[in-house]
Ligand binder design. Structure first.
Ligand code: ZN
Length: 297
């Protein structure tokens, strides 16, 4: 899906003073000069305001036409359509003109809604590509990881590449570097702190980006059995998923997450997800947080 950002705003007419009759989108989703090109060139004043061209009385709508010469041929057909549209237009009760953002259900522009629309459109572009799956996590987590691997999460540098105008492309959490996917997932000092805590929890050595990438794909540099590979994959995926959630909470609600709380959240979520989905094994919460290798009975 291509998002036409400019065309997503529509003018709602109050008194018509601030809205350009031909150049703003108000009567339909495109400016009238695009929809009725022939008529536009015939208007005496191409920059006229709605207020000067349309008058509303209690019962009627008047179109105050001023043509350089009377429209004929194709333009005459367009004129009849335009007259009909103006006649059917219901004006706002408000005194001033306002904007409505037609990508949001409530008509109000918000960067959060925009981010989720971009999110869905990035996902939609490649939805026919196969993605990794781990039956121990909810689908939303598998989809998220697939998007990270396909570079389809809306970090600031990716939005910038797609022409979205941003104040800054720097990381919203640390402000130390530009926000790329690798920075956000691994190299940001806040993310690295979380990965280090997770590795320590599992008694593993140093964190390396390479092992994280392999873990995402279900491979691990330690020789693990298929069962433990799949459990370790859940941990890495949960960690990445919650790092991204935390980043969004910071951006949209300005709340943040500290290291110990982050680790606890990862322990809780991964426990909950595995506990509900695993077959023929029982899990012990206290062992899970102290020595996860001994938690399955
Ligand atoms: Zn950062």
């Amino acid at each position: 899906m291509d998002i036409n950002f400019a065309a997503s705003f529509l003018r709602l007419i109050g008194d018509g003073v601030e809205t350009d009759f031909w150049n703003d989108s108000w009567l339909c989703e495109v400016p009238l000069k695009q929809k009725f090109k022939h008529l536009f060139h015939l208007d005496e004043e191409p920059n006229v305001r709605v207020q000067q061209r349309v008058t509303w009385s209690d019962r009627d709508v008047f179109f105050n036409e001023k043509w350089r010469r009377m429209p004929s041929g194709r333009a005459l057909g367009d004129l009849n359509t335009l007259r009909g549209m103006i006649n059917g237009y219901v004006k706002q009760d408000k005194s001033r003109d306002s904007w409505v953002w037609n990508l949001a259900g409530n008509g109000l522009f918000s960067s959060k809604t925009l981010a989720s629309i971009i999110d869905n459109s990035l996902l939609g572009n490649g939805s026919n590509m196969e993605f990794l799956k781990n039956s121990l996590v909810p689908n939303k987590v598998s989809i998220f990881i697939w998007r990270v691997l396909k570079r389809r999460i809306p970090v600031r540098t990716e939005l910038d590449k797609r022409g979205i105008d941003l104040d800054s492309v720097r990381c919203p959490l640390c402000d130390d570097d530009v926000e790329t996917i690798n920075h956000s997932m691994f190299f940001c000092r806040h993310s690295l702190d979380i990965w280090e805590r997770v590795y320590k929890w599992w008694g593993l050595g140093m964190v390396s980006n390479l092992s994280i990438n392999e873990g995402f794909r279900g491979e691990c540099n330690r020789s693990l059995s298929p069962f433990w590979s799949s459990i370790w994959q859940v941990i890495e995926w949960t960690c990445a998923y919650l790092i991204w959630n935390n980043r969004n909470q910071k951006v949209f609600s300005n709340s943040s997450w500290n290291g110990p709380k982050g680790l606890m959240e990862i322990q809780l979520k991964s426990f909950e997800w595995i506990y509900c989905r695993i077959k023929n094994r029982k899990m012990d919460w206290l062992r899970w947080i102290s020595d996860p290798w001994s938690c399955f009975v």
